[in-house]
Structures are given as structure tokens and as C-alpha cells.
Design a protein around this ligand. Structure first.
Ligand code: HEM
Length: 331
């Protein structure tokens, strides 16, 4: 048995590089510290949610891990700066973090990555206010890195655990993969047509919504039966609890992908949030996760010991499995 998670993280890292700036990362082991640094930043952000006084700079500057977090911030930013095809002039990288572009290969463009699209828009708009500045571009890539790396890695990890526990589901999915692709390379259109894979994806995010809580600030009073929530207050929406509530879900603690073949109340299932500020990366997330799952399942079989109740999790900004200990055999 070995932990599959670092390999999934490497795969996701490469997907991020190809789709945002069009380069293929050679995710060398000694370069993967960037992924640990990114995770440290999420942990730090979470600690500032549960201990709000740490948001005051003078208090944070007294804490032990302040230096570690500063280094993590600079390391991630330097990395993003180095891979970015557009570089703000007033930014200088730190010498010790100079991720050299020679570790990356330029790919023949097979589809438009984010950079291509932004350049295309810039070339075709005459209105200067629509322009994307170098600073904005760098900021986008940094945000995408954080959003993609953490969410896609953890969702794929949870799915792989489920498939290794429920080997009958794994086999059914393998059949769907065979029927859909035979030996062809994956493509977005066919991935989107895979109904069973989508059910497995949904059911995994029901049991393990990787954003277990979302929040809103009220823009007006909300009258409930027992009280009124006043304008301006913050409301936490417990996605994890809603997804496991027996009032909405039949056998809520069991993994049953088929339950997603029928409809349900739209607010009982909210892994990507809801409304105007819901997740803008939903389709990207599914396509990335699906690409990895299909490529793994058509080559290998996976098993693990234990069952659903043995899956241990940790939480910072996202919910993560503690590990993905799995046995693997070639098909
Ligand atoms: C399975 C993977 C993912 C899950 C479960 C997820 C979940 C969420 C959730 C719950 C929110 C908050 C929505 C709300 O408050 O109503 C959110 C927001 C967001 N997500 Fe995701 N996300 C995932 C992947 C991604 C990816 C891959 C990207 C980028 C490509 C992304 C970009 C964003 C952005 C930019 C927002 C903020 C949207 C806004 O405030 O308008 N997410 N996501």
C-alpha cells in the first residue's frame, strides 16, 4: 500500500500549468515544495478564520510561524512570476527561489490556455478599460493556482478512496470508460457525456464537500420562524451537515452514486455553493478530475483496506483525506 495523493497532486500541478500558461511542468520531486508551501498558506488562512485576532499584523508578527508563512508567500509568488509569460516590471524575484524556466517545456498548443485567451481578447478590444494589466494577470494565475491545486487534488483523492473501497463501482465505471473511449485519448466532449462518472463525482462531493462551510454577509434582514437575522451579520452555511442530513438524504452515510440519477431540492446539494457567487471553476474541476480518473482506471486496479467510516479527514480551508493508502495492480 502506498499513498497515491502526492502523485495526484503532481498530475494536477501539470494540468494547472498546461491550462493556464501553456507549459508542461516537469514536476520534479525537488520542485514539489511549491505544493507544500501552497498548502501552508491555506492552513494559515484557515487559522486566521478561526482565530481572527491573527489578522492584526502586530499580533501575527509575534507568532512563531510568521517567518515560515512569509517565506511560503514569497515562494509561491516567485514561482507564479517565473512561469508567467507576462511580468510586472516593478517585481523582483528572490534569488533563492528563482524557479528556472528551463525546467519547463513549451507545448505545441493543442487548445487555448488562459494566457492565449487573454491575449486574444486584448488584441481584439479597442477599449483600454477592458485591458488586463500585467499585475491583474499575475494575480489571476496566483488565484487559479490556489483554487485548482487544492480542490482538484482533494476531490480526486476522495474519489480514488471511494473507488478503492467500492470496487464494484470502480468496475462499473471502468466499463463506462471502455464504452466511451475504447483506446482513444480523452477529450472534453466525451468526458462530459459520462453519466456514471458524473454520479460518482457528485456522490463523493456529497459525502466529502471539500469546502465544508460557506459564508455570506446579509444585505438585508431575514425573518425566520424563531428569530430575525439582522442585516450585516455573517451566516455560515454548513454544507457538510446539509449533505449528510437524513431529512434530505436516504441512507446519508452510504456511498450510493445512483442516487444522483433522480432529482432533489436544489439547496440540499451545494458543493459549489449557490447563487451569484457560486464556484466559477465547476466545469474545469469536473474535467480535470475526470481526466485523471479515466487515465488511472483504464491502466490500473485499486483496492484498499477498511470502509467508508475508516476514512479520516482534516480541514483547513478545504476538507482533505489524511492519506490515500491504496494497493495498485496493472490491468
Ligand atoms: C471540486 C472542486 C471545487 C469545489 C468543490 C469548489 C467549491 C467552491 C465553493 C463552495 C465556492 C464558494 C461558492 C459560494 O460561496 O457560493 C467556490 C468559489 C470559487 N471557486 Fe471553486 N471549487 C472547486 C474548484 C475550483 C476551480 C478548479 C477553480 C478555478 C479554476 C475555482 C474557482 C473559484 C472561484 C474564483 C470562486 C469565487 C467565485 C466568486 O466569489 O464569485 N474553484 N468554489
Amino acid at each position: 500500500m502506498f499513498d497515491l495523493r502526492p502523485y495526484i497532486a503532481q498530475y494536477v500541478f501539470n494540468i494547472f500549468l498546461v491550462t493556464t500558461v501553456g507549459i508542461q511542468g516537469i514536476a520534479h520531486k525537488d520542485r514539489l515544495d511549491i505544493l507544500h508551501k501552497q498548502k501552508e498558506l491555506f492552513k494559515d488562512a484557515y487559522s486566521k478564520v478561526i482565530k481572527p485576532w491573527l489578522r492584526l499584523n502586530w499580533i501575527f508578527s509575534l507568532t512563531e510561524n510568521r517567518k515560515q508563512i512569509c517565506i511560503a508567500e514569497r515562494t509561491v509568488l516567485d514561482f507564479i512570476y517565473n512561469i508567467s509569460p507576462r511580468k510586472p516590471r516593478n517585481y523582483t524575484t528572490l534569488q533563492y527561489n528563482n524557479y528556472n524556466m528551463t525546467i519547463f517545456q513549451k507545448l505545441k498548443p493543442i487548445f487555448n490556455n488562459y494566457w492565449d485567451r487573454v491575449e486574444h481578447i486584448r488584441a481584439n478590444v479597442s477599449n483600454k478599460s477592458c485591458d488586463v494589466s500585467d499585475e491583474n494577470f499575475l494575480d489571476d494565475i496566483r488565484n487559479f493556482f490556489a483554487a485548482i491545486q487544492n480542490t482538484v487534488t482533494e476531490t480526486t483523492s476522495f474519489i480514488m478512496l471511494m473507488l478503492a473501497i467500492y470496487t464494484d463501482v470502480q468496475e462499473k465505471l471502468r466499463q463506462e470508460i471502455l464504452v466511451t473511449f475504447n483506446n482513444d485519448k480523452v477529450d472534453a466532449q466525451r468526458l462530459l457525456s459520462m453519466r456514471y462518472l458524473y454520479m460518482v463525482f457528485q456522490e463523493t462531493l456529497r459525502l466529502f464537500p471539500i469546502t465544508p462551510i460557506i459564508s455570506r454577509q446579509l444585505t438585508g434582514d431575514i425573518k425566520l420562524e424563531s428569530c430575525t437575522l439582522p442585516e450585516g451579520c455573517y451566516v455560515m452555511i454548513p454544507t457538510f451537515a446539509i449533505h449528510r442530513n437524513p431529512a434530505y438524504w436516504y441512507k446519508p452515510l452510504e456511498f450510493i452514486p445512483e442516487r444522483f440519477s433522480s432529482t432533489r431540492h436544489r439547496y440540499t446539494y451545494i458543493p459549489f455553493g449557490m447563487g451569484l457567487r457560486d464556484c466559477l471553476g465547476q466545469k474545469y474541476a469536473f474535467l480535470s478530475v475526470a481526466t485523471i480518473i479515466v487515465n488511472l482506471l483504464r491502466r490500473f486496479r485499486f483496492v484498499t483496506v477498511g470502509n467508508l467510516s475508516d476514512v479520516k479527514t482534516t480541514t483547513d480551508i478545504v476538507l482533505r483525506p489524511r492519506h490515500v493508502k491504496i494497493s495498485i495492480s496493472r490491468i
